[in-house]
Design a protein around this ligand. Structure first.
Ligand code: MFK
Length: 553
């Protein structure tokens, strides 16, 4: 007797199979640069769709473990990572997933190269992107701090390709009093000569396996609030591997990101050094936040792409009602909508990577620096929401199999759900968007005009008639955003704040649409490929303008 069996979804080379990534890189990279980096991307694409993916599935039930005491009563707080994470740590160093951005072999484009590597690496390594993001942010924060002693001490470890020398960094910000409102932090820094000792409780510290951390504490006598905090550097363990006056109280029991050892800590005289000044900790750690927010966006599009790759493969295998799903009009319509959402998010995340690279290479105009400040929270909040939506729909495309743990699919949804939460929730970032719009000039409308200019730059040379409607949607959403802003400013701060999420998401989706249209025109002209035009047209009908007029609420 034969029983019906279901073929599981499979992955090919995740670089070769990714039309969107390859087409994008062909547009933004000179041919010589693309030829130089292509093999590094192809190799990672092979691993991500092959051995690493297999290891990820095999590692599904493993979780990091905390051992607080040894057999003889010594406090050791040892963290055992899962096999997947141990491999990921080595591969991350060897493939230069942080290092590429700092080696700067291709100047400002090195950041795009690094983000492409991170994008390929992330979906098969169960959020190892978390410590890598923080490591990258710490390297940048230290390098720009002017603190030569700390730069010499730590940065070579953070950006090395040698796994034996490689360190990762934590970013300890969250306390019981202040998840989003970091200025409420209660950790105290007591000065001892040139260095400090930290006393307090950190409530949610991701990747406690890291060798160093950047954290915030209030030097004794400093005022309350974010300005009274200072940014500190610390090394988590001594030369014998023992925690330096800190205790790991427990690991968090989280919905997702379960491979990340996220801990509650007590700092009990932890030695630490000032990174930059004795005040303005929030402002100083914001440099790190902007890098981790970029990683958040890259991780969002990477997980969206992974879900779609699995779902599209499965659509060819699953036969129901007499034909493969890939021949069913409604299933194809659903996948096309998810593809459009993913493609739009991809272009915004990578555009922020381009601007970040220009900034790091000292090639960003003052105007575009303000645009980057604005687009970073806009991109993070927009792509975070899209990742959850796409992951949820991807699970549904598998029917009941998408809801069953040993397919490995539910992980996609659980891990995506963190993306709109950590590194600033959607609402906190929507308020940050208002702050960023005013950046420098204290005039929200000037900030919006800057974003409008960026949208116009994308649309100015679009001539394909099939894109005309999508262009109109982008322009009309921006007009609506401008009208809403005028009206909300007239009504006052509560109206501005209440509408900030709808407004910011509209800016994000409009920018995504404009970038997608720009790329679609290029791809049609240079690759004779109409696929991105199809995605742009579809995205334009998927709710770009989310603003509700105050009068209707
Ligand atoms: C998968 C990839 C990602 C993986 C990483 C995972 C690691 C997960 C670990 C975590 O989740 S760590 C916790 C993350 N926490 C946050 O992201 C905090 C969210 N809250 C905010 O972002 C609030 O907006 C903020 C704490 C910044 C508000 O605090 P304040 O004290 O009200 O600050 P304020 O007055 O708004 O800003 C202080 C200064 O910083 C100002 O400059 P000035 O002093 O010159 O006036 C701001 O302009 C500046 N600033 C704030 N945000 C900035 C910034 N500057 C540049 N960029 C920014 N983003």
């Amino acid at each position: 007797m034969t029983f019906f069996k279901q073929a599981p979804p499979a992955l090919g080379n995740q670089y070769d199979d990714d039309r969107v990534l390859r087409s994008y890189l062909s547009r933004v990279l000179p041919v010589g640069v693309l030829n130089e980096i292509q093999e590094s991307l192809r190799e990672l694409g092979r691993l991500a769709g092959g051995e690493l993916y297999e290891l990820q599935l095999a590692d599904r039930l493993n979780e990091p473990a905390l051992t607080q005491w040894d057999a003889w009563g010594n406090r050791i707080d040892k963290i055992e990572l899962t096999p997947l994470w141990r491999v990921a740590e080595r591969l991350a160093a060897e493939h230069g997933i942080v290092a590429t951005a700092y080696e700067r072999k291709h100047g400002r484009l090195s950041r795009v190269h690094q983000c492409a590597l991170a994008y390929l690496f992330t979906p098969s390594t169960d959020i190892y992107s978390c410590p890598l993001a923080m490591t990258d942010g710490a390297a940048w924060t230290l390098l720009t701090s002017g603190n030569q002693e700390l730069i010499d001490r730590a940065v070579p470890h953070l950006i090395t390709r040698d796994p034996k020398e490689f360190w990762t960094a934590g970013q300890w910000m969250t306390e019981l009093t202040g998840g989003s409102d970091v200025g409420l932090s209660e950790t105290i820094a007591k000065q001892e000569g040139n260095s400090f000792r930290l006393y307090g409780r950190k409530w949610f510290t991701s990747a406690i396996s890291s060798q160093i951390a950047l954290t915030l504490a209030r030097p004794e006598g400093n005022p309350a609030g974010g300005r009274g905090l200072a940014l500190f550097y610390l090394e988590t363990r001594d030369e014998h591997g023992r925690p330096r006056n800190l205790q790991i109280n427990r690991l968090k029991d989280k919905l997702g990101t379960r491979k990340v050892p996220t801990a509650e800590l007590t700092l009990d005289g932890t030695p630490a050094r000032l990174v930059k000044g004795t005040t303005d900790g929030v402002r100083n750690i914001a440099l790190l936040l902007n890098i981790t927010r970029l990683w958040n966006g890259i991780s969002a599009v990477a997980l969206m792409r992974r879900g779609l790759a699995l779902s599209m493969d499965y659509a060819h295998k699953r036969v129901a009602f007499g034909a493969p799903l890939s021949e069913k009009p409604l299933h194809l319509d659903t996948l096309a909508t998810l593809q459009a959402e993913t493609e739009a998010a991809f272009h915004l995340a990578f555009y922020v990577a381009e601007l970040t690279g220009q900034s790091e290479a000292g090639e960003l105009s003052e105007e575009d620096a303000r645009l980057l400040r604005l687009l970073t929270p806009v991109m993070k909040l927009t792509t975070g929401k899209q990742a959850v939506l796409v992951a949820s729909e991807v699970l549904e495309t598998f029917g009941g199999a998408g809801y069953v743990e040993d397919t490995g699919l539910p992980l996609l949804l659980r891990d995506s759900q963190v993306l709109p939460i950590w590194e600033g929730t959607t609402n906190v970032l929507a308020l940050d968007t208002l702050r960023a719009l005013q950046s420098g000039e204290n005039d929200l409308k000037l900030g919006l005009a800057r974003l409008s200019l960026a949208v116009s730059r994308c649309l100015e040379s679009v001539h394909n008639p099939r894109l005309a409607d999508a262009v109109r949607v982008a322009r009309s959403a921006l007009d609506h955003a401008a009208t809403w802003l005028t009206e909300a400013e007239r009504l006052g701060q509560p109206a501005l704040e209440a509408g900030a999420r709808r407004f910011s998401l509209t800016l994000g989706r409009t920018m995504e649409l404009a970038l997608l249209i720009q790329h679609a025109q290029w791809s049609q002209d240079h690759e004779h490929d109409p696929s991105s035009i199809t995605s742009a047209r579809r995205f334009a009908t998927s709710g770009v303008d989310l603003i509700a007029d105050a009068a209707l609420l």
